[in-house]
Design a binder for this molecule. Structure first.
Ligand code: BMA
Length: 368
């Protein structure tokens, strides 16, 4: 009862249209929350598809590999919207959008934060994001934008459908056109011109604005970069970006550690430096060591990097239920469990148990 009342008051004050046309958009409250978290020296932990499936299970309400090891859900859930552009009911990994919506709304109610990526099928020939054999796709999208606009309208419909039980829009992070410094997506640098990449951002924002999407905080997240010049080469502009992030994975098990450390050092120094200069929120938008082949990875590798570079959040990728090696959070009995427990208990790291349903401090750890 008390909780419900508090949520109502907080969201109402921060975001709702209370009889006036000038109420702040819902995205403002989330931007503010992320700024507070960063300023307080905290980092939210996030996991892709966390509550809908794990290493050995799928679609069992109440389960989460992170919850079963760390004792709390992550502060953030990451989701993918691939498929929404075609009006599908399941995303590209088989997750029902209905379930994504329900979980996202519930997480927001409990003080957590949702972030969305978009591995869409291209609107020209419906090939997936990873099909890069035809490097004219984005040029064709610019020449004939109608089908792309229809895709964006479907995407906007999803964001507009994130409404809580009080009728308030739920603010979320959206991270489109990610990892473009690599060549594996059709929008990647080798497959597009600067102008074409900019078009994707401009058109996405234009259609979402036109459709009244006011609950999105925008994240720009290249893959690894050599420094500020490469990071900024295709930066869509301060007016289109709220979060400066980066995606960097640890490959090749222990053998790849030195390389990972070096790349993250450069990547996070770039992100935090530029975020300060541009007044943006810094984030480690994707990382992880597949199968967590180093038992102390969370405490010995990831945590020190986060202590050196203040980022609002870090997200690790999914624990697939149908691919035994594809997981990034330990499950019960995994050798990395102890390290994950220590990591998630560190005063710097925020799990859902550390988040306030609303309120201004961003975390209970910080409020104490
Ligand atoms: C990749 C893998 C794929 C998945 C895709 C989109 O990194 O996890 O299995 O389809 O992300 O979620």
């Amino acid at each position: 009862m008390q909780v419900t009342l508090m949520i109502g008051l907080c969201i109402g004050a921060a975001a709702a249209t209370v009889g006036t046309a000038t109420a702040a958009p819902p995205a403002d409250a989330l931007r503010h929350k992320l700024q507070k978290i960063t300023a307080g020296g905290k980092t939210m932990f996030g996991h892709h598809d966390d509550p809908v499936y794990g290493h050995t299970w799928s679609y069992e309400k109440g389960r989460s590999d992170a919850l079963e090891t760390a004792g709390s859900l992550p502060a953030m859930f990451s989701w993918d919207l691939g498929g929404i552009e075609n009006g599908d009911s399941l995303n590209l990994d088989g997750v029902p959008f209905r379930l994504i919506r329900e979980n996202a709304i519930e997480l927001n109610r409990n003080g957590g934060v949702n972030t969305f990526s978009w591995h869409l099928r291209n609107p020209i020939n419906n090939n997936d994001s990873w099909t890069v054999s035809d490097t004219t796709i984005v040029r064709q999208m610019m020449e004939n934008p109608e089908s792309f606009r229809r895709q964006l309208t479907n995407l906007a419909g999803f964001f507009n459908s994130l409404v809580d039980e009080n009728g308030n829009k739920v603010p979320v992070i959206f991270r489109p056109w990610h990892e473009h410094t690599g060549g594996w997506f059709f929008w990647g640098t080798p497959n597009t011109t600067e102008q074409q990449y900019q078009f994707l951002w401009d058109e996405t924002r234009r259609v979402l604005d036109e459709q009244g999407v006011d609950n999105v905080v925008w994240a720009y997240s290249p893959d690894r970069v050599t420094g500020k010049d490469q990071y900024m080469a295709r930066y869509p502009g301060d007016d289109l970006v709220d979060i400066m992030g980066i995606d960097i994975y640890h490959f090749d098990k222990e053998g790849g550690l030195e390389e990972y450390r070096k790349t993250v050092e450069t990547g996070l120094a770039t992100v935090t430096g530029l975020a300060k200069e541009h007044g943006k929120i810094p984030a480690f938008t994707e990382t992880g060591l597949e199968s967590i082949t180093m038992p102390d990875w969370y405490t010995d590798v990831l945590l020190p990097m986060l202590k050196e570079n203040e980022v609002a959040y870090v997200v690790v990728w999914r624990n697939a239920h149908d691919n035994p090696k594809h997981y990034y959070v330990p499950f019960k009995g995994h050798p990395a469990e102890k390290s994950f427990v220590t990591f998630t208990s560190d005063p710097k790291i925020l799990m859902l148990r550390d988040m306030k349903p609303c309120g201004n401090c961003g975390s209970e750890k910080k409020c104490d």
